[in-house]
Write a protein that binds this ligand. Structure first.
Ligand SMILES: [Zn+2]
Length: 431
């Protein structure tokens, strides 16, 4: 199906003429040494800082004491961290969007009411997709290969139609509904596809269905999970059905692809595009291509654990993100204390580690001092044991301060929104 390649390349070129240049450069530095990667970073950082200082009021002030030309990567730490609220409050002073330069609209996928609109310069956009495609190449997947995309929730018909056209150009078919009939149709398409991408809960849900039916596919080169947390428990059925686990892509609207998981299971930071730091477990991002909205040392809002020790067997020297442990800012309220959502992550990790029980969950808090865990069970769980051990594990982190209620749920067929690992219904002012 060569024509798909040409259709695809024409479409991409039309959308962004710089994509191929970025992809070529990323492929070239794919096996670069750490020293070489850091040299690329420093060069791009200096360019970015010069641009930010010359074109925005905000950075003219903030960078006034930095000698950009003689700085090292370590000197980046001299620049204060930029918080989300600071970014929003100063957005007008930060924006640098010259007309006629092919800006691309973007928005942060924050919680409702928290959406932030901005424009990406074309290199920012190109670097983002090139990073994705380099990740694909690690699995022998070409960008124009036939794929299936699993959307996380139902879409209006009008939106669907628009998306279908775009998908056709990208040789992609997208599923919106999660019924058994749709899964049967998906099975036929999967046999003709090279890779699958989408919301990990949706992919897992489908895999569970196929597992029950005894379907197996040996033609899928990559199963990529995006947008949602990939729970350890998801891998089992996905591996059984597709022969491989879910590959993680970590990023955000602002930052693009920050890290991509290699076939050895390590999330390599796309060091050519971003500089990643960790302060008190919080991820700090500098996007080296964000010229239309320069952000330097931006506190993205996730807790992460970096791994500076591991030498990956895949041969890449790009630094590794060991784990994304949760979102910052969402609090769990006890009867007395306040807890970070990292404690939920610890609770389930601990359960998996000590008892080998891996659960997919949605934690919810409706009132202070109480938390509800909705646990997905497709009929294979020992519920009594899982409940007992889960409550015991949660006790290690919340003691008597938070009462735990455990419910077992199946995937509902009418799943209508993104799966969240924690949701709070407590208004901040009440707290
Ligand atoms: Zn690797």
């Amino acid at each position: 199906m060569r024509y798909h390649k040409y259709l695809y390349l024409a479409g991409e070129k039309f959308k962004n003429p710089h994509l191929q240049t970025h992809l070529d450069a990323l492929m070239k530095s794919d096996k670069a040494s750490l020293k070489e990667l850091e040299a690329i970073q420093l060069e791009r950082l200096k360019k970015l800082l010069h641009h930010a200082k010359n074109s925005t009021l905000f950075y003219k002030e903030r960078l006034k004491d930095i000698d950009i030309d003689t700085m090292t990567l370590a000197d980046l730490k001299k620049i204060p961290v930029l918080t989300k609220s600071e970014l929003k409050a100063n957005a007008d002073d930060l924006r640098n969007e010259p007309e006629g330069q092919g800006l691309i609209k973007a928005e942060t996928s924050g919680t409702t009411g928290d959406v932030f609109l901005f424009n990406k310069n074309i290199h920012w956009d190109a670097s983002f997709r090139a990073a994705q495609y380099r990740g694909y190449s690690w699995y022998g997947v070409e960008p124009w290969a036939k794929s299936l995309y699993f959307w996380g929730f139902k879409k209006a018909f009008k939106d669907k139609l628009k998306i279908r056209v775009l998908d056709f150009l990208l040789n992609r078919y997208r599923f919106f509904d999660y019924t058994n009939e749709e899964f049967e149709r998906a099975a036929d398409r999967i046999r003709e596809s090279t890779y699958i991408a989408g919301y990990s809960s949706s992919i897992h849900m489908m895999a569970e269905y196929f597992k029950k039916k005894g379907y197996k596919f040996d033609n899928i080169k990559m199963v990529k999970g995006t947008a949602e947390k990939v729970y350890d428990s998801y891998h089992k059925s996905v591996k059984e059905v597709f022969g491989r686990k879910i590959t993680s892509e970590y990023g955000s609207a602002e930052a693009g692809v920050i890290a991509y998981e290699c076939p050895e299971g390590h999330m390599h930071i796309v060091m050519e595009n971003v500089i990643i730091e960790e302060i008190d477990n919080k991820i700090i991002v500098t996007n080296l291509w964000a010229y239309s909205l320069p952000y330097i040392r931006f506190e993205l809002g996730d807790y992460v654990v970096l791994d500076n020790e591991t030498k990956c067997a895949c041969g890449r020297k790009h630094k590794i993100i060991k784990e994304v442990t949760g979102r910052i800012g969402r609090k769990i309220y006890g009867k007395e204390g306040v807890y970070s959502t990292i404690n939920i992550n610890h609770t389930f990790k601990n359960l998996s580690f000590k008892h080998n029980i891996e659960l997919a969950y949605a934690a919810k808090q409706y009132e202070k001092g109480k938390m509800v865990f909705d646990i997905i069970d497709d009929g294979e769980l020992n519920q009594t044991e899982a409940r007992e051990k889960l409550i015991a594990s949660a006790y290690e982190y919340f003691k008597d301060d938070v009462d735990i209620e455990v419910n077992f749920v199946t995937y509902s067929e009418g799943k209508t929104k993104k799966q969240k690992d924690f949701e709070s219904f407590i208004k901040e002012e009440e707290a």
